[in-house]
Design a protein around this ligand. Structure first.
Ligand code: GTP
Ligand code: MN
Ligand code: MN
Length: 617
């Protein structure tokens, strides 16, 4: 069962047994692996079994090869530091393509490429791209293996760093192969750092290529990523599969793949509620996911910090899982005063990338402690002192850690059926205009709100609408199809929900600033006060003030016990300036017009109704 000898490259298998799992589905998987190997010509193939021993071996090898630095086990047991090439430090949106058959299916917010053309471009790049390297075959499940909302993928990669990261971020192993053998559908993902090794050529610490392509084929459910070893470009299970490809599968199957955190909130009476929240990158998802409420008696349990898959259940509620198994979080700004839960999660068994190294073999980044250590090695491996005048950790440096290590992770965080959602929050970074919290009047209004999410690229000038990056549903870089169709899909999912059981939708903004440039709201743990109001709204325990943009809290209904927020600040936090909102409405119209008539009529109706209410205000 080794396949046809003629088509196969010469392979020396040094480790990783060919899986003994049998079944019809394995034939197609093996044929595909052979096909990729024939193209990329690796020196070895390693079928990853997801075992502890295998993981330890990969980590040891990378340390021996100078690709990872083992941290001092006294401070950070089982943990490692990777330093990327200085040019390979983030997702590369400009090199990310949606190669749908028809350009209009990718829509104006994506880079489109004709599938045949881009295949003709990238196939020669992948030809021989794994020479001298090991090709790892990584079967993974997004969501618990075999769960009703779960989906399977296989990543082939020539990066051991990617393998160990996928091992933390997803469920990897032979039980996934059993699902494939039994006929489960799986998504094909191919990754090469694009740095073949000639015989005798020494490897570098972070192999990558100046030329990068992250290409999604939504019609055949494939991802091909070339040239980058970093995060979302290399862990294809995450943004590429669980958001871009999954959003397409969700469109066709009637569910939603979203850039959302997931939490359970437990009130003093012991009642549990589930909240999903979409904020753009670096706008506080991981923070809210690990919230420690400052109101006595409240608790938050973490379910997920970045991605949620949501599906209408037979009971008319919206059920959600976190398809991931780990956190790939931004390190800078994560500290005792902002996210103590994350700091505690990182006690060990963590892979850090591009943070600074302390002389004692532990790690550091801006914001971990108030005062920096006197002496560090920065993320590029250069000596650093507080006088160096540059950050010690890269601003997009990250930690990769298992979700199970979070001290407030919910016991049932990996329940296959997920949790029923009570509220959906949309947010962004808005210094002006957007109130601390506003409730949508119904699902359609909520979808309208989601379609209008934007976040300041830079601090906006006070009192005026600044230059905004529109990031609808926080999905701008992650929606695998035409965003206008995606808005329509949200409306359709709403129709599958029972009107009295659909999640209530809210817009939140922790980032509103006063004219003096200071944040008006203390944020972080005190965001529990906003959640308290949201839950009392759901329970019908408090009323609301009707405004042109939605329902606002009566200020007496916000629990502000124990914090100092002046009446003037409160007024400003909830101020709705009709003139500025009319300008926002103009921007919305401009944005909707870029979709060539594909934006659903109910959203145009929402825009017209908003203008009408604002003009009368
Ligand atoms: P990705 O993981 O890239 O998708 O982003 P994320 O949404 O998880 O962002 P993250 O939680 O890492 O964002 C952190 C940034 O938001 C830091 O700059 C925090 O200081 C800031 N932040 C989070 N919560 C609050 C808050 O309540 N108030 C204020 N002012 N800043 C906050
Ligand atoms: Mn994210
Ligand atoms: Mn995050």
């Amino acid at each position: 069962t080794e396949g046809s000898a003629a088509a196969r490259p010469t392979l020396t298998r040094t480790y990783g047994e060919l899986p003994t799992v049998q079944g019809e589905g394995m034939v197609a998987l093996r044929a595909w692996v052979d096909e990729i190997a024939a193209l990329t010509r690796p020196a070895r193939i390693h079928w990853v079994d997801g075992s502890r021993a295998e993981n330890d071996m990969l980590l040891r090898e990378m340390v021996d090869e100078g690709k990872l630095i083992k941290l001092n086990p006294e401070w950070r047991p089982g943990s490692y530091l990777a330093r990327s090439h200085p040019s390979d430090v983030a997702r590369t949106e400009a090199r990310t393509f949606i190669a749908s058959e028809r350009e209009e299916d990718a829509g104006p917010t994506n880079n489109w490429a004709a599938p045949e053309e881009i295949r003709a471009t990238i196939t020669p790049l992948f030809a021989g791209s794994m020479k001298g390297r090991t090709m790892y075959v990584v079967p993974f499940s997004m969501g618990p293996v075999g769960g009703p909302l779960s989906h399977i993928g296989v990543q082939v990669t020539d990066s051991a760093y990617a393998v160990t990261s996928i091992g933390i971020m997803t469920r990897v192993g032979t039980d996934v192969l059993r699902e494939i053998a039994g006929g489960a559908h799986w998504v094909k993902t191919v990754h090469s750092v694009g740095a073949p090794l000639q015989p005798g050529q020494a490897d570098v610490a972070w192999p990558c290529n100046d030329e990068k392509y992250i290409v999604h084929f939504p019609d055949t459910l494939e991802v091909w990523s070339y040239g980058s070893g970093y995060g979302g470009n290399a862990i294809l299970a995450k943004k590429c599969f669980a958001l871009r490809i999954a959003s397409v599968i969700g469109r066709d199957e009637g569910w939603l793949a979203e850039h959302m955190l997931l939490i359970r909130v437990i009130d003093p009476a012991g009642r549990a509620y589930h909240i999903a929240a979409a904020f753009p990158s670096a706008c506080g998802k991981t923070n809210l996911a690990m919230l420690r409420p400052t109101i006595p008696g409240w608790r938050v349990e973490t379910l997920g910090d970045d991605i949620a898959w949501l599906r209408p259940g037979e009971d008319g509620r919206l059920w959600a899982i976190n398809p991931e198994a780990g956190f790939f979080g931004v390190a800078p700004g994560t500290g005792q005063s902002t996210n103590v839960t994350a700091v505690e999660t990182l006690w060990g068994n963590t892979i850090f990338t591009n943070v600074a190294l302390r002389p004692d073999g532990d790690v550091w980044w801006e914001g971990l402690t108030d005062e920096p250590p006197a002496q560090l090695t920065d993320w590029e491996g250069k000596p650093w002192t507080p006088d160096s005048g540059r950050p010690a950790a890269h601003p997009n440096s990250r930690f990769t850690v298992a979700a199970a290590q979070c001290p407030q992770i919910a016991d049932d965080w990996d329940a296959p059926q997920g949790v029923p959602i009570d509220a959906i929050l949309f947010g962004g970074r808005r210094a002006t205009n957007v109130p601390l919290v506003v409730e949508a009047t119904d699902w359609t209004h909520g979808v309208f709100m989601g379609s209008n999410i934007s976040s300041e690229k830079t601090a906006a000038q006070e009192g005026t609408v600044g230059e905004l990056r529109r990031d609808p549903f926080a999905m701008l870089p992650f929606c695998g199809y035409n965003m206008a169709d995606y808005f329509g899909h949200w409306l359709k999912v709403g129709q599958q929900l029972r009107f009295d059981r659909a999640p209530r939708v809210f817009q939140v903004n922790w980032f509103r600033k006063g004219t003096d440039g200071r944040f008006l709201w203390p944020g972080f743990g005190d965001n529990s006060r906003v959640i308290d109001w949201i839950i009392r709204r759901i329970e019908g325990e408090v009323g609301a003030v009707e405004s042109p943009i939605g329902r606002l809290p009566h200020s007496a209904d916000l629990d502000l016990d124990g914090i100092e927020v002046s009446q003037a600040d409160l007024d400003e936090l909830f101020a709705v300036d009709a003139q500025l909102w009319l300008r926002e409405a103009d921007l919305t119209e401009e944005f909707y017009r870029t979709f060539d008539g594909r934006v659903p009529a109910p959203l145009w109706a929402e825009l017209a109704a908003l203008r009408y209410r604002l003009q009368r205000a």
